[in-house]
Design a protein around this ligand. Structure first.
Ligand code: FRU
Length: 470
């Protein structure tokens, strides 16, 4: 594994097998927990999917289970997978809520019949001897398909739970019988017995299914984060079926807690404009920061998640701090803790290039004067022409089928680029626009070339995950 040029230094990836959605994000005392969707036996057909687990004291250096599940899909209610879910801190530990997915054998469509979606609870209690200091208790099924409103299909999943003013609230992603995506809102006095208490829809239909709903609350305002499916024909969707973004609520309005909430789909903004970003989840840490982590992968995207010879697939974004911007926008910035990995600093002013010995860098570009092109390894161009910010692969093999992504940007004030072997994250204008992408460069070194007039600070970056599986 140490010879694998695509292993990263500050992005979480599986030791082997497949990773998707971040799950169960939380901070409990001095430990951050990142669970995730995991199939250790990928690429074997039908490899079981459960939860993996990483933990960290600083969001930079991580430990994880070397192999195997934190949540094993071993009961009849999750026979086809322990799907996505969340953590709600509780009595020094956390309650983990997730979806047990079952596809019954037989001739079913799995939309209206043959699928079961149960919401399951595991109490995670503090235990210094357990991995990450958390020992996971027994599984309790809290909700089954008969408990959801009658207008729902069999697609109901991805619980997000939080506590507020003495009540517990749950969001569930759903698909109704008219094939419209929506969010179910449930409430509970104890986090155990739940009742349906509201819905969140858009005034106009917006996709056939909504996955991974989440609630962002900042400065007295709320946002619904959601992953609508069925977006491929929208002009901004690059032909990709599944998208991930957020919808702002008006000030004072709350997500479904007062019955039916209707949101304006025209206000939907993408979380990220890159090739590889889906199913993000947020949590509020003990200092009050809202931190978002996304899956750097994409279902049904039309390009490869990994080159054929890879034995592991996908990674998560770095933790991004989310703050409220102007006009309902949310800004995302890498958490400041990552700066601890910065090593030697270089500068590049105007036209020129620089080669680093490792394939990792933190690049900060300030004061661009006029159009700009940054070339990474002669394979990928980050380019600003005064109207758009673009990410363009000039070497299609390195992009593994990825070609170009753009976002409108008529004023570029600054740019931060995190390069981490096979992952790149770009943050423009203090996090107004972000681009996450995978790429698969074969060189052990990293060459950055600039065409244009800007000052680049370039830090070499250390490796915070080298010891993850020790
Ligand atoms: C999103 C998703 C979720 C589901 C999980 C299964 O990527 O489809 O809706 O719970 O992945 O791995």
């Amino acid at each position: 594994m140490s010879h694998d040029p695509w292993r990263m230094g500050f992005h979480l990836m599986p030791p082997a097998g497949w990773l998707n959605d971040p799950n169960g994000l939380c901070q409990l005392g001095d430990t951050y927990h990142v669970f995730h969707q995991y199939s250790p036996d990928w690429p074997k057909q039908g490899a079981p999917r459960g939860w993996g687990h990483f933990w960290s004291h600083d969001l930079v250096h991580w430990q994880g289970r070397s192999r195997g599940f934190a949540i094993v899909p071993d009961t009849a209610d999750e026979a086809s997978g322990a799907y996505s879910g969340c953590a709600a801190p509780f009595e020094g530990g956390a309650r983990l809520y997730y979806t047990g997915n079952v596809k019954e054998p037989g001739d079913f469509d799995y939309v209206r019949a043959g699928r079961r979606s149960a919401q399951i609870l595991i109490e995670a209690t503090a235990d210094p001897a357990a991995p990450g200091g958390l020992s996971l208790g027994e599984k309790n099924v809290l909700l089954r398909n008969t408990d959801y409103p009658a207008f729902c299909t069999r697609h109901v999943r991805d619980p997000k739970v939080w506590r507020e003013d003495g009540s517990w609230w749950m969001l569930l992603g759903a698909r109704d019988l008219d094939d419209c995506g929506l969010v179910l809102v449930l409430s509970s006095k104890d986090g155990l017995a739940w009742r349906n208490s509201g819905t969140i829809r858009t005034t106009k239909p917006f996709g056939f299914m909504w996955e991974c709903p989440d609630r962002i609350a900042l400065d007295g305002r709320e946002w619904l984060s959601v992953c609508p499916q069925g977006m491929e024909n929208r002009p901004w969707a690059n032909g990709v079926r599944d998208q991930s973004g957020y919808l702002p609520l008006s000030k004072g309005e709350t997500l479904g807690r007062t019955g039916a909430t209707e949101l304006d789909a025209d206000l939907f903004r993408l979380w990220d404009h890159g090739f590889d970003f889906y199913a993000p989840q947020s949590f509020v840490d003990e200092s009050g920061r809202t931190i978002l982590i996304g899956w750097m992968g994409m279902p049904e995207a039309g390009f490869a998640g990994a080159p054929d010879d890879m034995t592991w697939c996908h990674c998560l974004t770095v933790p991004r701090e989310v703050v409220a911007g102007k006009d309902g926008a949310l800004l995302q910035r890498p958490v400041h803790e990552l700066e601890a990995l910065r090593g030697m600093r270089h500068e590049l002013v105007g036209n020129g290039s620089l080669t680093l010995g490792e394939h990792r860098a933190d690049v900060l570009l300030a004061h661009p004067e006029g159009p700009l092109e940054l070339l990474l390894d002669d394979a990928l161009v980050v380019c600003w022409d005064g109207a758009e910010l673009a990410l363009r692969f000039t070497d299609k093999a390195v992009g593994c089928g990825r070609a170009e992504r753009t976002a409108a940007c008529d004023d570029l004030r600054n740019l931060r680029i995190l390069v981490d072997s096979s992952a790149i994250e770009i943050f423009a204008n203090d996090g107004e626009l972000t681009f996450a992408t995978r790429w698969f460069p074969r060189l052990p070194t990293l060459t950055l070339s600039q065409r244009g007039q800007a000052l680049l600070h370039i830090w070499e970056m250390g490796d915070g995950v080298a010891g993850t599986y020790e």
